[in-house]
Write a protein that binds this ligand. Structure first.
Ligand code: KG4
Ligand code: ZN
Length: 338
């Protein structure tokens, strides 16, 4: 089965071709980061318009890279939600129109399911069941993944997502949007002990997260300080450590509680090297193994949508019940597969 995957939920246009026998045949991405940078965040209307411009050329490129023509494509998968509704509707309309023109099945994929399954794109993929930490710009979730579409939410952020906290703190430190990777680079020059920020929610039982207080702690600590390079690097270091400590401890608890022997880490913040090192150690200490997608499969991409669509079509599970949905909790809608 060979699937064309289309991702347009936010500021990345991703198109890929995945084949259940040969694996990933093509993966094309256009990122709009430079376009949104001037505004310090994603401007939804600009995002939608850019997806319109990029989709067709990217599909042509992906088909050429995969040496595939429409006849060799068995289905089309697209991100149906959650995300920016205008951006989602561009991908959804495009995918559904193409599927009608080519007389192919079409499947709407949950964006977070795409992230959860991204580690399966790697050699030596983890088998079900596994525990998943999903840390992106919009979400921070701990999910028990029993199988395709069988997701149980164990914990989530009560306020800012981990990536959002990285981006907001990066802004305080004078870094451009999105600041996660830049903050991590700055942190590598920071000194331990110069600042002390809280480790949110570690004093409480449970697997939920909260990151907005951490960002506020950084703001308060920097209020009357001259923002020299040294001070910025020290604050970045301590912020990153606080996030890593918090995510590491919650994953340790979740592994112990669930008894799962595999931890997968997905979403943009999963590209963070310090976090990867910590989670690999946490998993090992729990007798488990951590799996990470390569960095380009941590952030938004078409490959994870093509893979998720392929698994859904192959297993007979349906996709999204509607064409596009801005708010769509990972849970019952995905678990039942309609
Ligand atoms: O998964 P993603 O591409 O988009 C969403 O679906 O939200 O994640 C983007 C997020 C941004 O907040 C970005 O700052 C963060 O991932 N990020 C990082 C790193 N690379 C990207 N955060 C920390 N360290 C990194 N190396
Ligand atoms: Zn994402």
């Amino acid at each position: 089965m060979r699937i064309l995957g289309i991702e347009t939920s936010c500021d990345e246009t991703g198109v890929a071709v995945y084949d259940d026998q040969s694996g990933l045949l093509a993966n094309r991405l256009h990122t709009q980061i430079a376009m949104h940078q001037a505004y310090g965040g994603v401007v939804p209307e600009l995002a939608s318009r850019d997806h319109v411009r990029r989709l067709l050329p990217l599909v042509r490129e992906a088909l050429a890279e995969a040496a595939s023509d429409p006849a060799s494509i068995d289905g089309i998968a697209y991100t149906a939600g959650p995300g920016l509704i205008g951006a989602l509707l561009v991908g959804s309309s495009f995918a559904r129109g193409l599927a009608a023109a080519w007389s192919k099945p079409v499947v709407g994929v949950h964006h977070l399911e795409g992230h959860l399954l991204a580690p399966l794109l790697e050699p030596d993929p983890p088998a079900f069941p596994f525990l998943a930490l999903l840390v992106s710009g919009g979400h921070t979730l701990l999910v028990d993944v029993a199988g395709l579409g069988r997701y149980q939410l164990l914990g989530q952020s009560l306020d800012d997502a981990a990536g959002e906290a990285f981006d907001k703190t990066a802004k305080l430190l004078g870094l451009p949007y999105p600041g996660g990777a830049a903050l991590a680079a700055l942190a590598s020059r920071g000194r331990p002990g110069a600042f002390r920020f809280p480790r949110p929610m570690l004093d409480r039982a449970g697997l939920d997260f909260s990151f907005s207080g951490l960002k506020t702690a950084v703001r308060v600590a920097l209020r009357d300080r001259a923002l020299t390079d040294e001070v910025r690097a020290d604050a970045a270091y301590e912020f990153e450590q606080a996030v890593i400590d918090t995510l590491g401890e919650k994953c340790r608890r979740a592994l112990r509680q669930s008894g799962r022997s595999r931890l997968i880490v997905a979403g943009g913040v999963g590209a963070n090297l310090g976090l990867r090192t910590r989670l690999a150690a946490v998993a090992a200490a729990c007798g488990a193994r951590a799996h990470f997608p390569r960095p380009e499969f941590c952030t938004d991409n078409g490959a994870m949508i093509a893979l998720a669509g392929c698994l859904r079509l192959a297993s007979g599970a349906g996709g999204a019940p509607v064409a596009a949905r801005a708010n769509w909790p990972l849970g019952a809608a995905v678990a039942t597969g309609t």
